[in-house]
Design a protein around this ligand. Structure first.
Ligand code: ATP
Length: 234
């Protein structure tokens, strides 16, 4: 579904991603792990068209999206929940969900989406008319995910969904990731919490200093001594 081929991204003279390749097949949950500054977010931003890149290519559903604007990528079903959530702070929960549904003008689709969001995250239903900026970090993460799901993505990319969350809220978020994945959505998950991410994923990729270090089935990476030492705190 997604093919990143020899991607290179630089910020001025700083080469943040140095020729990275990655494949994501339909229905998979793939995690991308690595230390701070490894280049994970930079890779995702390039996939979404938020950062230009000079070398390499990105294919979505078999087609190069290198020159496709971000809004069109979203329209094609490539959707990201960014690090830091990016909710519209001065809008209510329902208004944020409306923003997520802007690509679908059918009222029935919108209502189905809101129903799904409220069933998945009952907390959002209780707070439907609260301003998003006044919600807790965990609630904002739920909202960011719910807003992304309103677009009915084919591939959902999550950048550090557990960042700053309590263990209980982290568990809630991971239950939802598991749910959408089991329902058939393809998911790419970037996580600092490599343990949790590898337990949830089918396959994993490990990045280090702008390079792809290794890849394999998630359970194999969990058992790998190098991964355990560097990323699992063993
Ligand atoms: P983290 O887990 O800490 O979020 P990451 O793996 O997502 O890290 P990136 O955010 O992609 O890493 O950063 C990769 C490298 O690019 C880092 O060295 C970072 O300092 C650098 N970088 C990121 N954004 C910029 C920017 N706007 N300008 C210059 N350098 C940047």
């Amino acid at each position: 579904m997604l093919s990143i081929q020899d991607l290179q991204v630089a910020y001025g003279g700083i080469q943040a991603v140095k020729g990275v390749s990655m494949e994501v097949y339909e229905g998979e949950l793939v995690t991308l792990i690595g230390a701070n500054g490894a280049g994970k977010t930079t890779t995702l931003k390039a996939v979404m068209g938020l950062l230009p890149f000079k070398k390499g290519d990105i294919l979505f559903r078999g087609r190069s999206i290198k020159t496709m604007p971000t809004w069109d990528r979203v329209k094609q079903g490539l959707v990201m929940v960014p690090e830091g959530r990016g909710v519209f702070a001065r809008m209510t929960i329902v208004e944020n969900l409306q923003m997520g549904a802007y690509l679908h003008d059918s009222k029935a689709d919108f209502e189905r989406g809101v129903d799904y969001a409220f069933t998945t995250f009952p907390r959002l239903k209780e707070r439907a008319h609260q301003l998003a900026g006044t919600m807790s970090g965990g609630e904002q993460q739920m909202l960011a995910m719910a807003r992304a799901l309103m677009t009915q993505p084919k591939l959902l990319i999550l950048d550090e969904p557990s960042m700053g969350l309590s263990p209980v809220l982290t568990e809630t978020i991971f239950q939802v990731i598991d749910k959408v994945s089991k329902e058939g959505m393809t998911v790419v998950l970037v996580e600092q919490n490599a343990n949790l991410a590898l337990q949830a994923a089918d396959r994993g990729y490990v990045m280090d200093s702008g390079n792809m270090l290794m890849t394999g089935p998630a359970d194999m990476l969990l058992q790998d001594p190098k991964v355990q030492e560097a990323y699992l705190g063993a």
